[in-house]
Design a protein around this ligand. Structure first.
Ligand SMILES: [Zn+2]
Ligand SMILES: [Zn+2]
Length: 231
């Protein structure tokens, strides 16, 4: 796990072995909000990362899960045991609670060999859900965090926008692994994901925190937008 500082309020804990998965650590001074929770078994690494950033685990007030895939919800049960609340969109909440399996993605032809090569790890432990989100709420961290419902990657996928800081968290609706910016893969509805990714990057964010890969800055966002409009 690598600790990537983004701003005084924001750092990424990046897991290279999970396709550059990010667990984001947002702090409002003493109070910490995590965006996503990594694979099952990641809680120890997250605790270590928090320690390096100067936070004990009891500072984590909440974890907001961008969607209910194993690499994002995997350690939510462990983090809930630290005393943090788990918040997730209502359409994915029963998956987090272990009441329903995640439906299989609708793969495009080129995604099949990639999906076939993936090794399945242990399933996440069921986690409690303390708050179910719907989209449209403004959450009490980061100066007010807007919840944007972006169904497509999963039914309950969400993005978060912090207008005071112009920071956007996209979950897996957008990825930026190995310098390639692209809408997410392994989706329930890839057409919806493409549309949502374009909609999100047309916002006035100048820091875009993707689920997998490097954080996009204003310059890289501008380059991605102009490549799109050149097509
Ligand atoms: Zn995902
Ligand atoms: Zn993912």
């Amino acid at each position: 796990m690598e600790i990537v500082p983004v701003s005084p309020r924001l750092a990424a804990l990046r897991f290279a072995e999970v396709n550059d998965l990010n667990v984001y650590v947002w702090n409002d001074g003493a109070e910490v909000t995590l965006i996503d929770s990594g694979l099952p078994g990641a809680a120890g690494e997250i605790e270590r990362g928090l320690g390096v950033l100067g936070f004990s685990v009891d500072r984590v007030r909440r974890v907001i899960l961008t969607h209910a895939h194993d690499d994002h919800i995997g350690s939510a049960a462990d983090i809930a045991e630290w005393g943090a609340e788990i918040w997730v969109h209502q359409a994915d909440a029963d998956i987090v609670r272990g009441e329903r399996p995640q439906p299989a993605p609708v793969l495009r032809d080129w995604e099949r060999p990639i999906a076939d090569a993936l090794e399945l790890g242990p399933s996440p432990r069921p986690a409690p859900v303390h708050r179910e989100l719907r989209g449209g709420e403004v959450l009490d961290f980061g100066g007010g965090a807007e919840v944007l419902a972006v169904p497509g990657h999963t039914e309950g996928s969400l993005a978060l926008y912090l207008p005071c800081h112009r920071v956007l968290f996209t979950g897996d609706t957008l990825a930026n692994v190995g310098g390639v910016t692209m809408p997410g893969v392994f989706n329930l509805d890839s057409t919806a994901v493409e549309a949502a990714a374009h909609r999100l990057t047309d916002s006035d964010a100048d820091v875009v925190c993707v689920g997998h890969g490097e954080v996009l800055t204003a310059e890289s966002l501008y380059a991605w937008r102009s490549r799109r409009s050149a097509r």
